[in-house]
Design a protein around this ligand. Structure first.
Ligand code: MN
Length: 228
């Protein structure tokens, strides 16, 4: 094929302890998936359908690289999340078949321009500028299911400058990994290479340039980087 200019490189995430890479297709995110975080954002947790939004594939930041503080915000919030990495896709996937689609898991940060999100929420406008900006999706190496299985009871935590800010357990997710994949596949045809950020527990707050963030999901992995 002849392109009018050289295409951009495919966004890739390392597979833990290997020389192989996971090519990213799309990034989906789940909002409001831990009751304590829903409450801290002023909402009421309920079993309504999950909230989905997305980020561009090249919003990832890998290998613990520095994350530049983004433009157009004075209130950049971290959100630590379990990330699902799909090795298979499909439409209308049944919940009891959904885990077969998972290649592995990672730890990710869903960075949020909270001031822009609050303005968008109150005006009934989309969240894209609040969620889908450059560098908004740091991610650890992917840990394959072949090695760790499907974690369901793991501590998830995040510290800023060594101070613990978020700590919960992924068993507290309102929507499970299988339920998220099944529900999401009713809206979008999922594909190998899709990443799904599964929501954050309570304790979100702002960071500034110079802050060091470290986060982990037990048995899955860890991430550690600086905002610059
Ligand atoms: Mn989030």
């Amino acid at each position: 094929m002849e392109y009018v200019f050289e295409p951009n490189q495919i966004a890739c995430v390392s597979v833990l302890d290997t020389s192989t890479h996971f090519p990213v297709h799309r990034i989906y995110c789940v909002g409001q998936n831990y009751a304590d975080h829903v409450r801290e954002m002023g909402g009421e947790p309920k079993q309504a359908p999950p909230v989905f939004f997305s980020k561009p594939a090249d919003a990832i930041v890998t290998d613990n690289k520095d994350v530049p503080y983004p433009s157009a915000t004075n209130n950049l919030h971290y959100e630590v999340e379990l990330v699902i990495a799909l090795g298979k896709g499909g439409k209308n996937i049944a919940a009891d078949a959904a885990l077969d689609c998972v290649y592995g898991y990672a730890v990710g940060i869903d960075f949020t321009r909270r001031d822009l999100q609050a303005a968008a929420k109150s005006a009934g406008r989309p969240w894209d500028a609040a969620k889908g900006f450059d560098g908004s999706a740091p991610i650890s190496a992917i840990n394959p299911v072949a090695r760790i299985g499907h974690p369901s009871n793991s501590v998830i935590e995040l510290s800023v400058n060594g101070e613990l800010k978020q700590q919960s357990n992924i068993e507290n997710m309102i929507w499970s990994v299988a339920e998220i994949i099944a529900e999401l596949s009713c809206f979008f045809e999922l594909a190998p290479g899709d990443l799904i950020y599964t929501g954050t527990p309570a304790g979100v707050s702002a960071v500034v340039a110079g802050d060091s963030i470290s986060a982990a999901v037990q048995d899955v992995g860890e991430i550690s980087f600086k905002v610059v």
